[in-house]
Design a protein around this ligand. Sequence first.
Ligand SMILES: CC(C)(COP(=O)(O)OP(=O)(O)OC[C@H]1O[C@@H](n2cnc3c(N)ncnc32)[C@H](O)[C@@H]1OP(=O)(O)O)[C@@H](O)C(=O)NCCC(=O)NCCS
Length: 198
Amino acid sequence: MTDTLETKTMHEPLPGIVRKLWLGEATAYRDHLLRLDPDSRHRRFSGAVADEVIVKHAATAEDLGVVIHGFFVDGTLRGAAELRHIGDMFSRQAEAAFSIEKDWQSHGVGTALLERTLLSARNRGVKSLQLNCLADNRRMQQLAKKFQADLKFDFGSVVGELDAPRFTPLSVMREAFDDAHGVATAWLDAQAKLFKTA
Ligand SMILES: CC(C)(COP(=O)(O)OP(=O)(O)OC[C@H]1O[C@@H](n2cnc3c(N)ncnc32)[C@H](O)[C@@H]1OP(=O)(O)O)[C@@H](O)C(=O)NCCC(=O)NCCS
C-alpha cells in the first residue's frame, strides 16, 4: 500500500527542527505570531488583526483539541501549524492554519508542517479538515496541492477537505515516533548550544 503521507518534497534538509509544541510554550507561539511581517500576518489570520487578538489567540495554544507543530531554529520558533478541532476535542471537524516567518518561507517548512498536521488529524479521527486561506494565497494553495491525494479541493476560502479518516496502528506509531524524535533532537540541540557557549 502506498503511504500517502510520505515526504513529498525534494527540498534540502530543513534548516531547523520540527516538533510539537510542549506545555509552557504558548509564549513562544505568541512571540512567533507577533514577529510575522504584515503580509504574512494578514494571510495567516485572513485579514488585519491587532497584537491583542494575537496574544489572546496564542493563549489558547494549550487548550484541549489543539495540536501545534513548530519549526525551531536555534531554539526559536520560526514556523507553526495549528490544528484545532471545531467544537469539542472529539469532533470530526478541524481547521488548520500555517505561519512561517518570512526568512524561512519557501524552504520546505510548510510542506513538513502540513505532512505532520495531516498525520495528527488522521490519528485524531478528523474527517473534515479546513485549511482556510485567502483566495489569492497561491503559495498556500500550491502547498495544499502537493497533498491532493489526501485533500479535496474547493478553492476560495476553504482549500481542502480530508478524505475519510483512516488511522492505523502504523500511523499512530509514526506520530509517536515523530514525537520521540522531536524530544531527542531538541535535547541534542540544547546540548550543542551548551557546548558552544562553554
Ligand atoms: C503559505 C506557507 C505556509 C507555505 O509554506 P512554505 O514553507 O513557504 O512552503 P514550502 O516551501 O513548503 O513550499 C510549498 C509549495 O509552495 C510553492 N511555493 C513555494 N515558494 C513559492 C513562491 N515563492 N512562489 C510561489 N509558489 C511557491 C511551491 O509549489 C512549493 O512546493 P515545491 O517547493 O515542492 O515546489 C508560508 O509561506 C506562510 O506561512 N506564509 C504566510 C502565512 C500564510 O500564508 N499562511 C497560510 C494561511 S493559513
